[in-house]
Ligand binder design. Structure first.
Ligand SMILES: *[C@@H]1O[C@H](CO)[C@@H](O)[C@H](O)[C@H]1NC(C)=O
Ligand SMILES: *[C@@H]1O[C@H](CO)[C@@H](O)[C@H](O)[C@H]1NC(C)=O
Length: 274
């Protein structure tokens, strides 16, 4: 019989990639400092010679990449301050270090980034999360008038600013016991946070030693590096000052009286003899 023509079946061809991008899966950057999203293209087989055709970086949610190097078209960067860490416009397609460098990290840089690579040995893409942190300033404690609470006249206000992510302020008394007080969080213009917490003195009671300490988002004590530097402690500032003033006044008055009396005595002696 006649041979049956073989009908070619269309196979779905999966092109296996012989490269992969290896990155640190999480990077923590500090505000105002450079951040490196460290990525390198690696062969998965014995391929030693990888030739990159195109590499680009995109921020999650954006349609366009902000950094792009192409063998034929060269490199384009749309954002100042974001560049390849290991090369600038002079790109070498054999350079497998495709790390992204953010020169001056800001709060707005906290995002997921995707890196794409197209090579002669296959393609790959990878996501990298950038988290940013900033340390809060040393807390500042001041005595402020209290208006909201009718049972008290004044309150202690503790403030620390310029930190990220959100932290909390906690108060401790002289026995190191926690005193509950709420932390208010405000967002500053640059996206950093300002924390404040108010401790209200109740009916007639005065403030003794209170310490306010700032804790970061993971519950770590901030400014812990300053061993031996006590956090701001408030020692009944108004009362202590008052006692001092009255004390010096009394001493002054006593001295004055003493001098007057001596003079008066001398005077009367003189009068007696004359
Ligand atoms: C990539 O290059 C940057 C800048 O030269 C360097 O800091 C980083 O360590 C390099 N990464 C790898 C994986 O070699
Ligand atoms: C919080 O503080 C601790 C101790 O100082 C530190 O190890 C940790 O990295 C800090 N976490 C953040 C998110 O800043």
């Amino acid at each position: 019989g006649a041979p049956i023509a073989a009908i070619p079946t269309l196979n779905c061809v999966v092109l296996k990639s012989f490269v992969k991008i290896a990155c640190n899966d999480r990077t923590v950057g500090q505000i105002g400092q450079p951040s490196l999203l460290n990525c390198v293209v690696k062969p998965t087989q014995d391929t030693t010679d990888i030739d990159i055709v195109n590499v680009k970086w995109k921020r999650s949610g954006d349609a366009e990449s902000f950094l792009n190097c192409h063998q034929d078209e060269g490199c384009t960067g749309t954002w100042p301050g974001y560049r390849f860490a290991d090369f600038s416009s002079e790109w070498d397609s054999k350079n497998t270090n495709i790390s992204l460098l953010i020169t001056n990290t800001q709060v707005k840089d906290e995002a997921k980034y995707t890196c794409y690579v197209y090579t002669d040995s296959g393609d790959d893409e990878v996501d990298v999360d950038l988290q940013v942190t900033a340390k809060y300033s040393l807390p500042n404690v001041s005595l402020v008038p209290e208006k909201k609470n009718p049972n008290s006249k004044e309150a202690l206000l503790c403030k620390a600013s310029g930190g990220y992510p959100k932290g909390t302020i906690r108060w401790f008394d002289e026995n190191n016991e926690t005193i509950s007080a709420e932390t208010e969080v405000k967002t500053m213009d640059n996206g950093l946070f300002e924390l404040s917490s108010k401790l209200v003195s109740l009916n007639g009671s005065t403030f003794s030693n209170y310490t306010c300490i700032v804790f970061n988002s993971s519950g770590g004590k901030e400014n812990e590096g300053f061993e031996g530097t006590p956090s701001p402690v408030v020692k009944t500032p108004n009362v202590v000052a008052g006692v001092l003033v009255i004390g010096s006044l009394i001493v002054g008055l006593l001295l004055l009286l003493l001098i007057r009396r001596r003079r008066a005595q001398r005077k009367s002696l003189l009068e007696f003899w004359l």
